[in-house]
Design a protein around this ligand. Sequence first.
Ligand SMILES: [Zn+2]
Ligand SMILES: [Zn+2]
Length: 436
Amino acid sequence: MLAALPARQDFLLALPIKGESFLLRRAGKTVLVDGGYGKDKVAHVLEQQFRDVQYLDIVVCTHGDGDHVGGLPALLDNWGGRVGQLWLPGRWVNVVPQLMRDPVEFFNNLVSELDAELKEPSKQVCSVIRHADDEHGSQDYQQEIASPSVNNVLNPADEWLDDFVDAPVDHGDLPHEPEWFQRLRRDKEKLASDHTASRAIKSACRKVKYRQNRQTSELTSRIACYWLGLIETAQAIRDLAIAAIRHGIRTRWFDFEKFAETRQAKGGARGFLVPINAVEQATPLTMLARWMHLTKINRESLVFLAPPTRRRFGVLFCADSPLGDGPQYVHCFLPTLPPSTRWIPMVATAPHHGSETNKAAYDHLRKWPNVRVLLRAGGSVKQPGRSFLQQHSLLRLCAKCPRVGHAPMLSGVVGSYRPLSPLIAYGRRCDCSTSP
Ligand SMILES: [Zn+2]
Ligand SMILES: [Zn+2]
């Protein structure tokens, strides 16, 4: 279908796979944001439906949830030398080095942490388990952080002009990889083999399942079940980092915590794709239990913006983020757009697959200038919720309406290169039931 599009046409499409994965073409460059669940699916879809896409300039992983990161390691292995850069969550610094060097020790420790929790469940674990009910991914276990009273000012407007879009992902001028990752690259012989890692993972799964079967309370058996998910996340993170090293893919790291402190997002590819809730830099280590580093904190999902320009529609990649912080996430952290771009149409990916737990995000999007299309992918029959369904002024597209049972379908928008010409929608208007 898309082979028929002129090569210069921009588009944003949700790939027809399980979980969430978006393909953006902009200024002749191609970006993949997240890779859905499972193995080989993304590579297969790209091969079948995007024959003219031969190179991915940037592959982004927004966070460690299985429905976002799961398919990426296989994609990188499949595409080997055809990926330019890999953008990753900075907080992974806390787990990647040990996962790569000593997975046996890593998983042993993770199982020990489980034993401690089974004996006497901590407040944090109880909170995580309680919230795991709400959605496929857990919400926050931490105290909500107070947001600094600063506006998130991104780049000055003049950096968003089309001139900057033409050489946006230059390899010459990139920030250095953090020292800790360079060290992993240099000392390749110190990295554990795939065989060792997969044995450690299998053994950890066995131990956790054994413990799960012996639990008599509902809480502790759910804690054990939760641990199986953590092992899966750890495996995906390890595989992704290994693939980056094996195929010599340049990594860039985006730190949410630094943003939470300063509320000034920084880095990315200027004028092309920039972080909204992260600072590009080496993230300092945090002292937390391993399981906490692996816990899928949706609040910290990385959000990226492909800025609107005179000739291109803008795209906001929301991942599973609430798009705000503070109590109930009411303090919106979306940046103020330059006045000159406010009439340009924006497309947003539906925060957290349309989930009602991200109600705040839908309020923030409604108040943001010119969002015209919401593109939904992934999620389960619990999604989408009321807030998503009530965005009547927007065109809502679903790659798959979970409650209706259609097969997943390539959906999204294709934008013309000419000013003022409308976006063309592809795929399916949301047909999800209005009774959540
Ligand atoms: Zn998700
Ligand atoms: Zn739908």
